[in-house]
Design a protein around this ligand. Structure first.
Ligand SMILES: Cc1cc2nc3c(=O)[nH]c(=O)nc-3n(C[C@H](O)[C@H](O)[C@H](O)COP(=O)(O)OP(=O)(O)OC[C@H]3O[C@@H](n4cnc5c(N)ncnc54)[C@H](O)[C@@H]3O)c2cc1C
Length: 552
């Protein structure tokens, strides 16, 4: 593996984006040395120390390792532009995320199978989850013990987290094992960490591949468009240090830029809604109106209440730093969101539609504001939003940010807002349990001064002024068996050949869980799909076309 430019050579595969999915795909694909792989990553190497210190993740926001996005104004949550961090570094968002390992429910993947065929069902994907996971001390045969990503229990959770799990029992909920097929209850968070440090997709798939001569990783390489010969993808145009280069793909190009950037690159390459593309003067390769549509995300609204002590308020103090550096223990190993659970907004629902999340610290302004004092955060997450949004081009300039409009809480019946209000009511109930009441006072830090409001007014204000993304955008290059879907169940972009998408944007629906695990599963599965295409001769035909193009 080298960091030199792959400008002129032809590779078997060119992959755009070294994030959760792209690193998994590149790592798996390059295990066989006879296959050459070029991995283009717009960000740099993951050398920033804060990447590796779990509790520091929100300090990475708006830094050089973040794409630093904001949505357009969201009229149903106070007209605010919501900050949307996305990782721009080896490991992608898995290098800046909160490390929660939460697969979701088997039913989520079975609903993918309804849209994209049986090979995307929970049973079919289970071997991939096991292949991705290396769960410390695992005894559950459905979870992985020998996979790529180190997953562990938290090493130094705060005492409030145990109290919170007692409180949910008092409130009538179950405490259950995490990451089973139906994790219907509350759990202490499992984290993608090794010995107390973050374990990203770069740690899992790229570091072990160092030294492979058939894998070339180019950092600082911003892909601007896919290059076509007619409707056959034959390479990728990208910028390195402002210089334009083209990398050729003998077999296939795979986009793994994530749910914001993949649809942007598709549209810049002429694949999208023809009317929109023409508006920007982009020649149309395929009229595919759903590119950038079906955007779904998890919205969280949280309450922050003051407490007396033992929170992460003191995480940056010298003893904690020393404990982290010497033993990989202490507050800096915390992923902040130390416990979570699934509840129903209405009792008649078959499956939970709300996640409750708990942090033993004041998580205000997405963690960008330093906590002012000891406090606890409890939030409700809307897991199955009806509202869906869009990614559209601001211009044909690949360096301009795409426009992000999640259209939070925009469903006409108001069901999303009602469900989130019910989730906040559940948070308030848990806060009022005798066991948790003993742990906090009456003073809310967010919404500020909310103790003077009634519960309904407080919860409405929380949604309008404090809700934000939980960082799980999916669905903008939707996979399906239907002709309107952007990619087919083999992840091939419809209307062209030699081009696939393998990242969170292909998810046909949003899961009741967190999205890094399924993104890595998609990356590993994509590697199998590409290798299967080699065996059936699909890729051989592509080599012939690419050779003809290279000569011509
Ligand atoms: C702050 C934050 C917290 C999160 N917390 C959690 C959590 O605790 N648990 C969980 O399960 N999930 C979490 N997530 C979500 C999870 O990390 C993502 O769902 C997952 O990483 C998505 O994988 P991906 O491969 O689709 O995209 P990404 O991991 O975002 O990777 C995309 C990669 O492509 C690169 N790229 C994009 N465009 C281009 C281009 N034009 N040229 C070259 N390279 C390009 C990017 O720089 C990036 O490296 C969080 C995300 C964020 C941002």
């Amino acid at each position: 593996m080298s960091d030199t430019s792959g400008a002129t050579a032809v590779y078997d595969y060119v992959i755009v984006g070294a994030g959760a999915s792209g690193a998994a795909l590149a790592g798996k694909l390059s295990e066989d040395g006879s296959r050459s792989v070029l991995l283009l990553e717009a960000g740099g190497a993951d050398t920033k120390p804060d990447i590796h210190i779990p509790a520091a993740f929100s300090g990475l926001y708006r830094s050089a390792v973040d794409w630093n996005y904001d949505t357009i104004p969201q009229p149903n949550i106070g007209g605010r532009n919501i900050f949307w961090p996305r990782g721009k570094v080896l490991g992608g968002s898995s290098s800046i995320n909160a490390m929660m390992w939460v697969r979701g429910f088997a039913a989520d993947y079975d609903s993918w199978a309804e849209k994209a065929g049986d090979e995307w069902s929970y049973r079919s994907l289970l071997p991939y989850f096991r292949s991705v996971e290396r769960v410390e001390g695992n005894t559950d045969p459905d979870q992985g013990s020998g996979g790529a990503v180190s997953i562990s229990k938290q090493r130094s959770p705060r005492s409030h987290t145990a109290t919170f799990l007692e409180a949910v029992k008092e409130a009538g909920y179950a405490v259950v094992a995490p990451n089973t097929a139906t994790p219907d209850g509350f759990s202490q968070t499992m984290v993608s960490q090794k010995r107390g440090k973050r374990f990203s997709s770069a740690d899992a798939y790229l570091k072990p591949a160092k030294g492979r001569t058939n894998l070339t990783v180019v950092t600082g390489a911003h892909a601007t468009r896919v290059v076509f010969d007619g409707t056959r993808a034959v390479g990728v145009e990208y910028l390195v240090g402002g210089v334009k280069r083209i990398a050729r793909a003998a077999h296939e190009v795979v986009l793994c830029g994530g749910a914001v950037n993949t649809p942007q690159v598709l549209m810049l390459s002429g694949i999208g809604d023809a009317t929109e593309l023409q508006k920007h003067g982009i020649p149309v390769v395929v009229d595919s109106p759903e590119v950038g549509k079906n955007l779904r995300d998890h919205l969280i609204a949280g309450l922050v209440i003051e407490t007396a002590g033992d929170t992460l308020f003191t995480a940056k103090k010298i003893p904690q730093v020393l404990s982290f550096l010497s033993r990989g223990l202490g507050m800096l190993t915390s992923n902040i969101a130390e416990a979570y659970g699934f509840v129903r907004s209405r009792p008649e629902l078959e499956l939970p539609d709300i996640e409750i999340i708990f942090a033993p610290v004041a998580f205000i302004d997405q963690g960008q504001a330093d906590p002012p004092s000891h406090a606890l955060t409890i939030g409700a997450i809307l897991l199955q939003p009806e509202s869906s949004g869009t990614i559209t081009l601001a211009s044909a300039n690949p360096l301009d940010k795409a426009l992000i409009d999640p259209r939070y809480l925009s469903d006409p019946e108001g069901r999303d807002r009602a469900a989130l209000m019910s989730g906040l009511a559940a948070c308030e109930n848990i806060l009022r349990t005798p066991v948790l009441s003993r742990s906090h006072g009456e003073h809310f830090l967010a919404p500020e001064g909310a103790e003077r409001l009634g519960q309904q007014e407080r919860d409405e204000l929380t949604i309008d002024q404090y809700s934000h993304t939980l960082y799980h955008p999916v669905g903008t290059a939707r996979m399906g068996v239907d002709a309107a879907s952007v990619v087919d169940p083999q992840l091939r972009v419809r209307g062209v050949t030699g081009l696939r998408v393998a990242d969170a944007s292909v998810m046909p629906g949003i899961i009741r869980g967190h999205t890094q695990a399924p993104s890595m599963v998609i990356g590993e599965k994509a590697a199998d799909l590409l290798m299967a295409a080699e065996r059936t001769g699909e890729a051989v035909a592509a080599v012939a076309v690419a050779a003809a193009v290279a000569v011509g």
